[in-house]
Design a protein around this ligand. Structure first.
Ligand code: ZN
Length: 262
Protein backbone atom coordinates (compact mmCIF):
# COMPACT_ATOMS: atom_id res chain seq x y z
CA UNK A 1 0.00 0.00 0.00
CA UNK A 2 2.73 2.44 1.03
CA UNK A 3 5.93 2.79 -0.92
CA UNK A 4 9.04 4.59 0.34
CA UNK A 5 10.75 6.68 -2.32
CA UNK A 6 14.33 7.72 -1.69
CA UNK A 7 14.84 11.31 -2.85
CA UNK A 8 18.48 11.28 -1.65
CA UNK A 9 18.25 13.69 1.32
CA UNK A 10 14.74 12.68 2.39
CA UNK A 11 12.58 9.59 1.94
CA UNK A 12 8.97 10.35 1.08
CA UNK A 13 5.94 8.06 1.23
CA UNK A 14 3.75 7.33 -1.75
CA UNK A 15 0.32 5.74 -1.74
CA UNK A 16 -0.87 4.99 -5.26
CA UNK A 17 -4.51 4.26 -4.28
CA UNK A 18 -4.84 7.61 -2.52
CA UNK A 19 -2.49 9.34 -4.97
CA UNK A 20 -1.00 10.84 -1.83
CA UNK A 21 2.61 11.74 -1.21
CA UNK A 22 3.79 12.50 2.33
CA UNK A 23 6.41 15.27 2.39
CA UNK A 24 7.76 17.60 -0.22
CA UNK A 25 11.53 18.11 -0.08
CA UNK A 26 13.00 20.71 -2.45
CA UNK A 27 14.95 19.54 -5.48
CA UNK A 28 15.05 17.48 -8.61
CA UNK A 29 13.92 14.22 -6.99
CA UNK A 30 10.60 15.68 -5.93
CA UNK A 31 10.14 17.32 -9.34
CA UNK A 32 10.62 13.90 -10.99
CA UNK A 33 8.22 12.28 -8.55
CA UNK A 34 5.51 14.79 -9.50
CA UNK A 35 6.11 14.11 -13.21
CA UNK A 36 6.08 10.33 -12.81
CA UNK A 37 3.44 9.72 -10.15
CA UNK A 38 1.08 12.67 -10.70
CA UNK A 39 0.00 12.94 -7.04
CA UNK A 40 -3.29 14.68 -6.24
CA UNK A 41 -2.38 15.53 -2.64
CA UNK A 42 0.79 16.29 -0.71
CA UNK A 43 0.63 15.94 3.07
CA UNK A 44 3.45 17.47 5.12
CA UNK A 45 4.56 15.42 8.14
CA UNK A 46 6.01 18.44 9.94
CA UNK A 47 7.12 22.01 9.42
CA UNK A 48 10.86 21.52 8.89
CA UNK A 49 11.95 22.89 5.56
CA UNK A 50 13.69 19.72 4.40
CA UNK A 51 10.14 18.26 4.35
CA UNK A 52 8.34 21.32 2.94
CA UNK A 53 10.76 22.96 0.49
CA UNK A 54 8.89 21.56 -2.52
CA UNK A 55 5.50 23.01 -1.59
CA UNK A 56 5.73 25.81 -4.15
CA UNK A 57 6.42 23.29 -6.89
CA UNK A 58 3.48 21.12 -5.79
CA UNK A 59 1.12 24.12 -5.87
CA UNK A 60 2.40 25.15 -9.31
CA UNK A 61 1.39 21.67 -10.47
CA UNK A 62 -2.13 22.13 -9.04
CA UNK A 63 -1.53 19.58 -6.29
CA UNK A 64 -3.46 20.12 -3.07
CA UNK A 65 -1.14 20.61 -0.08
CA UNK A 66 -2.30 19.91 3.46
CA UNK A 67 -0.82 19.39 6.89
CA UNK A 68 -1.96 19.18 10.50
CA UNK A 69 -3.01 22.36 12.31
CA UNK A 70 0.07 22.32 14.57
CA UNK A 71 2.51 22.09 11.65
CA UNK A 72 0.70 24.94 9.94
CA UNK A 73 1.07 27.12 13.02
CA UNK A 74 4.81 26.41 13.11
CA UNK A 75 5.11 27.06 9.38
CA UNK A 76 3.52 30.46 9.92
CA UNK A 77 6.06 31.09 12.68
CA UNK A 78 9.20 30.02 10.76
CA UNK A 79 10.62 33.50 11.25
CA UNK A 80 10.41 33.03 15.01
CA UNK A 81 12.77 30.13 15.47
CA UNK A 82 16.12 31.94 15.61
CA UNK A 83 17.60 29.38 18.01
CA UNK A 84 17.67 26.91 15.16
CA UNK A 85 18.78 29.28 12.45
CA UNK A 86 21.37 31.50 14.07
CA UNK A 87 19.44 34.65 14.75
CA UNK A 88 17.17 34.34 11.76
CA UNK A 89 19.99 34.10 9.19
CA UNK A 90 18.74 31.19 7.15
CA UNK A 91 20.94 28.97 5.06
CA UNK A 92 19.64 30.04 1.65
CA UNK A 93 18.40 26.57 0.71
CA UNK A 94 16.08 26.77 3.72
CA UNK A 95 14.52 30.08 2.80
CA UNK A 96 10.94 30.07 4.16
CA UNK A 97 9.80 32.06 1.09
CA UNK A 98 9.77 28.66 -0.64
CA UNK A 99 6.78 27.59 1.43
CA UNK A 100 3.63 29.61 0.62
CA UNK A 101 1.91 28.97 3.92
CA UNK A 102 -1.41 30.58 3.02
CA UNK A 103 -2.05 27.95 0.37
CA UNK A 104 -1.62 24.98 2.72
CA UNK A 105 -4.84 23.48 4.12
CA UNK A 106 -5.00 22.36 7.77
CA UNK A 107 -6.20 18.77 7.52
CA UNK A 108 -4.85 15.25 8.20
CA UNK A 109 -5.77 12.36 5.92
CA UNK A 110 -7.68 9.61 7.70
CA UNK A 111 -4.85 7.16 8.33
CA UNK A 112 -3.52 5.48 11.46
CA UNK A 113 -1.33 8.05 13.15
CA UNK A 114 0.90 7.39 16.18
CA UNK A 115 1.82 10.27 18.48
CA UNK A 116 5.61 10.71 18.53
CA UNK A 117 6.34 14.08 20.17
CA UNK A 118 9.98 15.08 20.62
CA UNK A 119 11.48 15.97 17.26
CA UNK A 120 8.70 18.55 17.06
CA UNK A 121 6.11 19.03 19.83
CA UNK A 122 3.39 17.42 17.72
CA UNK A 123 5.11 14.87 15.43
CA UNK A 124 3.00 11.86 14.43
CA UNK A 125 4.16 8.69 12.70
CA UNK A 126 2.15 6.72 10.19
CA UNK A 127 1.42 3.09 11.10
CA UNK A 128 0.83 0.44 8.46
CA UNK A 129 0.43 -3.02 10.06
CA UNK A 130 3.88 -3.88 11.51
CA UNK A 131 5.61 -0.92 9.91
CA UNK A 132 6.01 2.51 11.47
CA UNK A 133 6.92 5.42 9.23
CA UNK A 134 8.35 7.74 11.86
CA UNK A 135 9.54 10.68 9.72
CA UNK A 136 12.16 12.39 11.96
CA UNK A 137 11.20 10.71 15.25
CA UNK A 138 14.20 8.45 14.55
CA UNK A 139 17.02 8.43 12.01
CA UNK A 140 18.90 5.80 10.03
CA UNK A 141 22.11 4.54 11.61
CA UNK A 142 24.26 6.22 8.94
CA UNK A 143 22.61 9.55 9.76
CA UNK A 144 23.27 9.09 13.49
CA UNK A 145 26.92 8.29 12.70
CA UNK A 146 27.27 11.26 10.35
CA UNK A 147 25.75 13.96 12.55
CA UNK A 148 26.47 12.64 16.05
CA UNK A 149 23.74 14.68 17.69
CA UNK A 150 20.24 13.82 16.45
CA UNK A 151 18.12 16.97 16.27
CA UNK A 152 15.11 16.81 18.57
CA UNK A 153 13.34 19.87 19.89
CA UNK A 154 12.82 17.98 23.18
CA UNK A 155 15.22 15.03 23.47
CA UNK A 156 13.61 13.56 26.59
CA UNK A 157 10.14 13.51 24.99
CA UNK A 158 11.73 11.94 21.90
CA UNK A 159 13.17 9.22 24.16
CA UNK A 160 9.73 8.52 25.65
CA UNK A 161 8.24 8.25 22.16
CA UNK A 162 10.93 5.82 21.02
CA UNK A 163 10.52 3.60 24.09
CA UNK A 164 6.74 3.55 23.56
CA UNK A 165 6.94 2.23 19.98
CA UNK A 166 10.05 0.05 20.27
CA UNK A 167 8.10 -3.19 20.83
CA UNK A 168 4.95 -2.21 18.96
CA UNK A 169 6.29 -2.53 15.41
CA UNK A 170 8.60 -4.79 13.43
CA UNK A 171 9.99 -2.35 10.88
CA UNK A 172 10.86 1.30 11.40
CA UNK A 173 11.23 3.62 8.41
CA UNK A 174 12.82 7.05 8.92
CA UNK A 175 12.74 10.05 6.57
CA UNK A 176 16.54 10.22 6.60
CA UNK A 177 18.65 7.09 6.22
CA UNK A 178 17.94 3.38 6.08
CA UNK A 179 15.03 1.53 7.72
CA UNK A 180 15.70 -1.01 10.44
CA UNK A 181 14.21 -3.23 13.11
CA UNK A 182 14.32 -2.78 16.87
CA UNK A 183 18.07 -2.25 16.82
CA UNK A 184 17.49 0.96 14.88
CA UNK A 185 15.28 2.27 17.68
CA UNK A 186 17.86 1.14 20.23
CA UNK A 187 20.59 3.04 18.34
CA UNK A 188 18.42 6.16 18.40
CA UNK A 189 17.72 5.74 22.12
CA UNK A 190 21.44 5.28 22.76
CA UNK A 191 22.32 8.42 20.74
CA UNK A 192 20.06 10.53 22.99
CA UNK A 193 20.93 8.78 26.24
CA UNK A 194 24.66 9.33 25.81
CA UNK A 195 23.99 13.07 25.48
CA UNK A 196 21.87 12.94 28.64
CA UNK A 197 24.64 11.18 30.57
CA UNK A 198 27.31 13.53 29.26
CA UNK A 199 25.32 16.65 30.22
CA UNK A 200 24.71 15.22 33.72
CA UNK A 201 28.42 14.37 34.10
CA UNK A 202 29.28 18.02 33.35
CA UNK A 203 26.67 19.53 35.65
CA UNK A 204 28.95 20.20 38.61
CA UNK A 205 28.60 23.96 38.78
CA UNK A 206 29.70 24.65 35.19
CA UNK A 207 28.14 27.38 33.06
CA UNK A 208 25.29 26.10 30.92
CA UNK A 209 26.78 27.50 27.70
CA UNK A 210 30.10 25.75 28.42
CA UNK A 211 28.23 22.48 28.86
CA UNK A 212 26.42 23.09 25.56
CA UNK A 213 29.75 23.79 23.84
CA UNK A 214 31.49 20.77 25.40
CA UNK A 215 28.63 18.46 24.41
CA UNK A 216 28.43 19.75 20.83
CA UNK A 217 32.20 19.31 20.32
CA UNK A 218 32.32 15.95 22.12
CA UNK A 219 29.69 14.33 19.87
CA UNK A 220 29.64 16.23 16.58
CA UNK A 221 31.82 18.19 14.21
CA UNK A 222 29.61 20.97 12.79
CA UNK A 223 31.09 22.59 9.70
CA UNK A 224 29.12 25.84 9.73
CA UNK A 225 27.32 28.10 12.14
CA UNK A 226 23.90 26.72 11.12
CA UNK A 227 24.83 23.13 11.99
CA UNK A 228 26.46 24.34 15.20
CA UNK A 229 23.31 26.24 16.17
CA UNK A 230 21.08 23.27 15.38
CA UNK A 231 23.21 20.92 17.51
CA UNK A 232 23.43 23.44 20.35
CA UNK A 233 19.65 23.80 20.21
CA UNK A 234 19.23 20.01 20.56
CA UNK A 235 21.56 20.01 23.60
CA UNK A 236 19.69 22.93 25.21
CA UNK A 237 16.48 20.96 24.66
CA UNK A 238 17.96 18.06 26.65
CA UNK A 239 19.06 20.43 29.44
CA UNK A 240 15.58 21.90 29.57
CA UNK A 241 14.03 18.42 29.78
CA UNK A 242 16.40 17.35 32.56
CA UNK A 243 15.44 20.43 34.54
CA UNK A 244 11.76 19.66 33.94
CA UNK A 245 12.03 16.16 35.40
CA UNK A 246 14.15 17.35 38.33
CA UNK A 247 17.51 15.80 37.42
CA UNK A 248 19.20 19.17 36.86
CA UNK A 249 19.10 22.38 38.82
CA UNK A 250 19.73 25.67 37.07
CA UNK A 251 21.22 28.45 39.15
CA UNK A 252 21.10 31.93 37.63
CA UNK A 253 24.31 33.90 38.29
CA UNK A 254 25.97 37.09 37.04
CA UNK A 255 27.85 35.02 34.39
CA UNK A 256 24.71 33.27 33.21
CA UNK A 257 23.02 30.00 34.17
CA UNK A 258 25.07 27.38 36.00
CA UNK A 259 24.03 23.72 36.08
CA UNK A 260 24.05 21.36 39.01
CA UNK A 261 23.14 17.71 39.01
CA UNK A 262 20.19 17.39 41.39
ZN1 ZN B 1 12.49 17.36 11.00
Amino acid sequence: MWETIDLKQTNVLWNSELRLVVDAPAGKGFRNLIDEKRPSTVFLSHHHLDHCGGVKLALQNSIRVSTCEEALQFLRLQQHVPAMYFGGFYPKEMNPEKVPVNEIEPESPELTWVELPGHTPYLKGLADKDTLFGFDAFFGKEILAKYGIPYHYDGLRALESLKKVRDEFELFVPSHGSPGRRELIDANIEAIERLVHYVLSQALGLQMEKIVRNTVTAYSDPKDVYSWSLNASAVRGIISGLQRIGLLQVEMTAVGPILWKA
